[in-house]
Design a protein around this ligand. Structure first.
Ligand SMILES: [Zn+2]
Length: 203
């Protein structure tokens, strides 16, 4: 028969397993296990393989590396590899598990805007460096003209793509939000259970 200390130890381990904040690995498992049901439901509803692919891709990307835990040193953050530094300002600005990173819709929109804004800023910085180098070498200045042409071309192509593939774009965005949502819901569920456990113990 197991001794009392063994039972106490086992129950403590079980409690940690059940009620600890979900770890990165638990979040990964939830994302991977739920991928198939989400993809099947999308295919049943849309009847389109491309929409299913974009939604599932968005879901996977959001669950594994574009999710709410980019606000802390997490596996989502580490998966950006040598590019992870781009999330440092985001991490600094955000309190871990705040509404701005873990909130419904607001978290995903915030991360998209942050990434687009940062890429825009880096492109602008690159253009400035190019401008200065042309100015120093007395070469004809074509920086802003080229930039304007590039932006115009990008906007026209984006508009065309949005018009041609609206459902695929929508699928990708919904996938990003669902991936973030599955993370936040598991965080909230676990902290709600923990709160209940704590209040029971106080009583
Ligand atoms: Zn979290």
């Amino acid at each position: 028969m197991p001794s009392t200390s063994k039972i106490v130890l086992a129950s403590a381990r079980l409690r940690t397993l059940l009620f600890a904040m979900p770890s990165g690995r638990t979040h990964d498992r939830i994302t991977l296990w739920s991928l198939l049901p989400i993809a099947s439901t999308t295919y049943l509803l849309s009847q389109r393989a491309s929409v299913t692919l974009f939604l599932a891709g968005g879901y996977l990307f959001s669950g594994l590396m574009f999710g709410p835990d980019l606000d802390t040193h997490s596996s989502q953050y580490r998966r950006w590899g040598w590019l992870r530094w781009i999330w440092l300002p985001y991490r600094r600005a955000m309190r871990h598990r705040s509404l701005w990173s873990h909130g419904v819709v607001i978290g995903t929109i915030g991360r998209i805007l942050y990434l687009v804004g940062l890429v825009g800023l880096l492109v602008l910085l690159g253009l400035l460096v190019w401008e200065i180098s042309l100015w120093l070498s007395d070469a004809p200045n074509i920086v802003w003209q080229t930039a304007q042409q590039g932006i115009n071309f990008g906007l026209v192509e984006l508009g065309r793509s949005l018009q041609t593939y609206p459902l695929e774009w929508m699928g990708a965005l919904v996938g990003l939000e669902l991936g973030s949502l599955s993370h936040s819901i598991s965080d909230w569920l676990v902290s709600a259970v923990k709160r209940r456990q704590r209040s029971k113990r106080v009583k």
